[in-house]
Design a protein around this ligand. Structure first.
Ligand SMILES: C[S@@+](CC[C@H](N)C(=O)[O-])C[C@H]1O[C@@H](n2cnc3c(N)ncnc32)[C@H](O)[C@@H]1O
Length: 254
């Protein structure tokens, strides 16, 4: 599968607006995490593949912890640095497989929608083991092939769905991979999150094309799908929020 490089796109410009999580959704994630990871056990976090830092500051504030947001994309990091000014958060340009931080100093690694983008997963897993303290936590928020049917937009973009099927891990693959690298699964839950407050907002967010699967398809495929999605959204009578499922895995280094 071809590597998706955020430096070769202009997604960073639209990312925050198109992928903004409502405040209550962010709270839901933070609480789902700290339900399993006691706040007082976390003083240092690495937000791996932090992108524009959507979670970096929220994690720092929630856990009162030092957060290192790491990402290979200078474009995504530039956005992060311009919007997040906190003494608790530092950003570093690097790959997950090569983290310029000391051995055994980190209490928690957090990866949101990053796992499937990492090409050298074995080296990244070794690096996670190096930087994590003994009993440290690895927290993964990711879509999986098991959850694809809950994404409404994928019904209208079959080529994007095909890309996701090839690229995303299944729940079982992700668990087996990390188990094979010495991580013990503490919990796996499916978080039912609000993605948009109504269909107008849903259409607006999808039409910004800030999702990597939509960026990877042709312009023609995107326009065709968008026309059909627009018709669908306009036909919906409900003003209820639109939910999506995402998996949350919490592992501990044994
Ligand atoms: C979908 S974005 C997620 C950003 C952020 N975690 C969030 O949830 O908003 C994926 C990010 O993973 C980064 N990424 C890709 N390959 C990576 C790697 N090998 N190591 C670390 N981050 C990587 C990309 O540059 C991009 O910023």
């Amino acid at each position: 599968m071809k590597k998706f490089d955020y430096n070769r796109t202009d997604i960073h410009i639209r990312y925050d607006q198109a992928r903004r999580l409502p405040e209550k959704t962010m709270q839901l994630w933070l609480e789902s995490i700290s339900q399993h990871i006691p706040k007082d056990e976390v003083k240092t976090i690495i937000d791996v593949g932090c992108g524009t830092g959507r979670f970096s500051k929220a994690l720092a504030d929630h856990f009162s912890a030092k957060v290192y947001g790491i990402d290979p994309s200078y474009k995504m990091l530039k956005k992060a640095k311009s919007s997040i000014l906190s003494p608790l958060v530092d950003f570093i340009q690097c790959q997950a497989a090569n983290i310029p931080l000391c051995d055994k100093r980190t209490d928690m690694l957090f990866l949101s929608q990053v796992f499937h983008h990492i090409h050298n997963k074995d080296n990244a897993a070794l690096e996670f083991k190096r930087v994590l303290k003994r009993d440290g936590f690895l927290c993964i928020r990711n879509s999986t092939t098991d959850s694809l049917d809950c994404y409404i937009y994928l019904r209208f973009f079959p080529s994007a769905r095909k890309i996701d099927l090839a690229k995303l891990p299944s729940r079982r693959e992700l668990k087996n991979f990390l188990h094979g690298h010495g991580f013990k699964l503490c919990t796996h839950t499916i978080v039912h999150q609000v993605f948009a407050d109504n269909f107008d907002e849903y259409l607006r967010k999808i039409s910004m094309r800030a999702l990597s699967d939509l960026d990877a398809i042709t312009d023609e495929e995107f326009q065709e799908g968008l026309t059909r999605l627009k018709k669908y959204c306009q036909e919906q009578k409900s003003q209820e929020p639109i939910f999506e499922d995402l998996d949350l895995f919490i592992f501990r280094l044994t």
